[in-house]
Design a protein around this ligand. Structure first.
Ligand code: PLP
Length: 239
């Protein structure tokens, strides 16, 4: 990965304009594939972003955000939640079982369920908190050894396990291999979701969200197209 020299934080009007552009592109992709304009939800990926960028997105009406680290997200959002009743926070990064309670407390949806032990930890945390736990199962569609997610062949068993534990399994999520065309991965995720009667498909990022919309995404996760390139190192988080 390469790091560009420090970029200025995009101005509030720049973030608003980028949001508008991405929303338009989503609507155009919906139209082009015969889907209703409101069929796709934009998740603004706010990881690593400074407060000004968050404020600009909120001022522009964005309310659904994705974060990939529990502690970082707590710092960014815990103080804002009370003033934003319609805020929706979605965890899109890997989660350790020992952070399950924190994740359940902060997030509305956890998109990265990928193993039975984590399902058990989330269910226990939800029971203690008296909060239903909404999850997506993350699928490693490219069967990449270093990447999180359950392999396609393990999806059925993990869904069963999660449902038996009491989790609300709403759908599937994937991150296709960076060096491959994403279409076949999106198609596989859609096929798996249909097979299990799941509605939600979280797929597509800045570089490929229009393709994802064509393949049936209900949620796209967009970061750099809204906020500019991220500056910090993006370690795959372990929290
Ligand atoms: C960072 C991240 C995104 C957003 O990526 P961009 O290319 O900046 O849009 C989407 N999904 C996940 C899981 C991520 O970690």
């Amino acid at each position: 990965m390469t790091f560009s020299s420090p970029e200025p934080v995009p101005s509030s009007s720049a973030v608003a304009a980028r949001l508008e552009t991405v929303r338009r592109r989503i609507v155009a992709a919906c139209r082009a594939s015969g889907r209703a304009a409101g069929a796709v939800t934009l998740i603004a990926v706010s990881k690593t972003q400074p407060p000004e960028a968050i404020e600009a997105a909120l001022a522009a009406g964005q309310r659904i955000f994705g974060e990939n680290r529990v502690q970082e997200a707590q710092g960014r959002w815990a103080g804002r939640r009370d003033h934003l009743p319609d805020l929706e926070l979605r965890l899109i990064g890997p989660l350790q079982s020992n952070k399950a309670a924190d994740a359940v407390a902060l997030f509305d949806v956890i998109e990265t369920l990928d193993r039975p032990k984590l399902a058990d930890a989330l269910a226990a945390a939800g029971a203690r908190a008296g909060k239903p736990v909404r999850v997506l199962v993350q699928v490693n569609t490219g069967a990449e050894p270093q990447k999180a997610g359950v392999p396609p062949a393990g999806v059925a068993a993990l869904i069963d396990h999660a449902r038996s534990a009491g989790l609300m399994v709403e759908g599937l999520m994937c991150i296709p291999p960076a060096e491959e065309a994403p279409g076949p991965h999106f198609a596989l995720l859609r096929k798996l979701a249909r097979r299990h009667g799941l509605e939600t498909l979280s797929m597509g990022m800045s570089g490929d969200f229009e393709t994802a919309v064509r393949f049936g995404a209900t949620h796209v996760r967009v970061g750099s197209s809204l906020f500019g390139e991220r500056k910090g190192p993006e370690t795959p988080s372990s929290d």
